[in-house]
Design a binder for this molecule. Structure first.
Ligand SMILES: [Zn+2]
Length: 265
């Protein structure tokens, strides 16, 4: 960090906005098994196709004051929020990992975690149809980039993290299935892969941060809903814990004097 060119950060920030639009398409279409590419974006209410000038991330929503140009019905604020969140995640990834090719799989991870988190908040599900293809692509990217950076054996750290984080969550999911779904456990394979790539010990930190965030959110929700306990998903907290720990990983590893690969430092 610090030696990432500003051009890289700005470029990935703008690209992150555009990819944020695609993340919205994933969130809307993958749960109902629709095609990602066809048909082009339509207003969900009047089904009028959205013109390119009305499809600029965040900006179009603001200019249209959150209403469809054709029917005037409100467009949910979730759309520009997802685009903005993806932009922030990509800028953060650029600042932390943008001085090596390693940034590419991290961008994929962050957008995947964003999509899965929103789907989990809306549907209480994490989709295998997202987790497993991204897991496959990530293993290949991590293996190839490790080889390019002259550390081909680094993939073993990543696989160790994947298996380790999977077991961390698999055991409690077996003991107390109400507390955690198998979707969370499968997503842990993907998160553990990346945490382990930087250093396997980060899996432990991610699960602690996720549990603390989830617990605090659960307590706030419990009181906000008049002391009624209610279902709420753990996936977004696991995702947030993973992102926070990856972004703070240099500080955590420096504190314990643990090494990572130079291209991931
Ligand atoms: Zn409309």
């Amino acid at each position: 960090m610090g030696d990432v060119p500003i051009e890289v950060v700005v470029f990935l920030g703008i690209l992150g906005l555009a990819v944020g639009s695609f993340v919205n398409v994933v969130i809307v279409r993958v749960p109902s098994e629709e095609s990602l590419l066809h048909p082009p974006s339509k207003c969900p209410l009047c089904e009028t196709p959205i013109k390119p000038r009305d499809n600029i991330p965040v900006l179009s929503w603001l200019l249209l004051r959150g209403k469809c140009r054709a029917c005037g019905e409100p467009i949910p604020a979730g759309y520009p929020l997802v685009e903005a969140a993806n932009c922030v995640l990509w800028v953060a990834a650029a600042l932390r990992f943008g001085d090596s090719w390693a940034v590419i799989p991290f961008l994929l991870l962050f957008s995947t975690l964003l999509a899965q988190s929103v789907i989990d908040l809306e549907l209480y599900r994490l989709l295998d149809r997202i987790t497993f293809p991204v897991l496959g692509v990530s293993v290949v990217l991590i293996a190839v980039i490790g080889a390019i950076e002259g550390e081909p054996s680094r993939i073993t750290m990543a696989l160790l993290g994947a298996v380790g984080y999977f077991l961390f969550l698999f055991i409690p999911a077996m003991v107390y299935p109400k507390g955690m779904g198998l979707g969370d456990v499968k997503l842990a394979l993907l998160m553990g892969l990346f945490l382990g790539w930087v250093h396997p010990v980060l899996c432990l930190y991610a699960v602690i941060v996720a549990s603390v965030l989830g617990l605090v959110a659960g307590v706030i929700l419990y009181f906000a809903r008049g002391r009624k306990s209610s279902q709420f998903p753990f996936g977004p907290w696991l995702a947030l814990g993973c992102v926070v720990v990856l972004l703070a990983s240099n500080t955590i590893l420096d504190f314990y004097g643990l090494p990572t690969a130079p291209f991931l430092a």
